[in-house]
Design a protein around this ligand. Structure first.
Ligand SMILES: Cc1cc2nc3c(=O)[nH]c(=O)nc-3n(C[C@H](O)[C@H](O)[C@H](O)COP(=O)(O)O)c2cc1C
Length: 195
């Protein structure tokens, strides 16, 4: 659980980034590690920030999903360039699958073509040609014609439960500010770091 201070700062910065004209204020880098210790990173879209953690959606059978099943430790990084001062947020913690009902609730809000894409895209698997993706979308369009597209069981959300949060603010002369919060024995402890 985030404490109210961290939650408030995260939510306020995120809202400010969304209002700042940043073309991708929800984009965050997600780093995972596989059992061999090899590190993988890619962007995902931040959906919610709550005391319980930060959520995003994907396919559970994607490479990231397979990595998370074997090792739930993650690192997130966000960079809100248009804020004054620009800010970087680093978060570490572990990923938990969202309850099915929460993934269902978000899936119904997606546009139909995105819902069909969630069925058609075997995310991270080899695609022999772009035409095959379009053919698979058409097949699912036909399958679900005249009714709501259900959520594929392999598509859903994760909650990142943080145990480290760092706020970084750009400063003049690169004298940047770093405020690090660590969860130690259930209590969030704050300290400043040299930039
Ligand atoms: C700005 C941006 C946002 C993205 N958001 C998501 C997302 O929310 N969920 C997702 O599964 N992939 C998202 N992607 C695609 C991922 O970066 C990645 O290509 C995909 O999830 C497959 O990753 P994997 O093979 O490591 O599992 C996004 C890409 C970009 C550039």
């Amino acid at each position: 659980m985030l404490n109210p201070t961290i939650l408030d700062v995260l939510q306020r910065l995120h809202a400010a980034a969304r209002a700042s004209g940043d073309p991708e204020p929800d984009a965050m880098n997600l780093a995972t590690a596989d059992p061999d210790g090899r590190v993988h990173s890619r962007m995902v879209l931040l959906k919610t920030i709550e005391a319980r953690g930060l959520t995003f959606f994907t396919r559970y059978d994607s490479d990231k999903g397979v990595q998370l099943a074997a090792n739930p430790r993650v690192a997130l990084c966000l960079h809100w360039k248009r804020l004054d001062p620009p800010a970087q947020i680093r978060i570490e913690g572990h990923a938990e699958k969202l309850p099915a009902a929460e993934s269902d609730a978000y899936f119904v809000t997606r546009e139909r073509l995105s819902q069909l894409g969630a069925w058609a895209s075997l995310q991270s698997r080899s695609l022999p040609g772009r035409a095959l993706l379009e053919q698979r979308v058409a097949e699912f369009e036909h399958k679900f014609e005249g009714r709501e597209v259900p959520r594929p069981t392999e598509w859903g959300g994760y909650r990142i439960v943080p145990d480290l949060v760092e706020f970084w603010y750009a400063g003049a002369h690169r004298w940047n500010e770093r405020e690090r919060w660590d969860l130690v024995d259930g209590v969030w402890r704050r300290r400043l770091l040299y930039p």
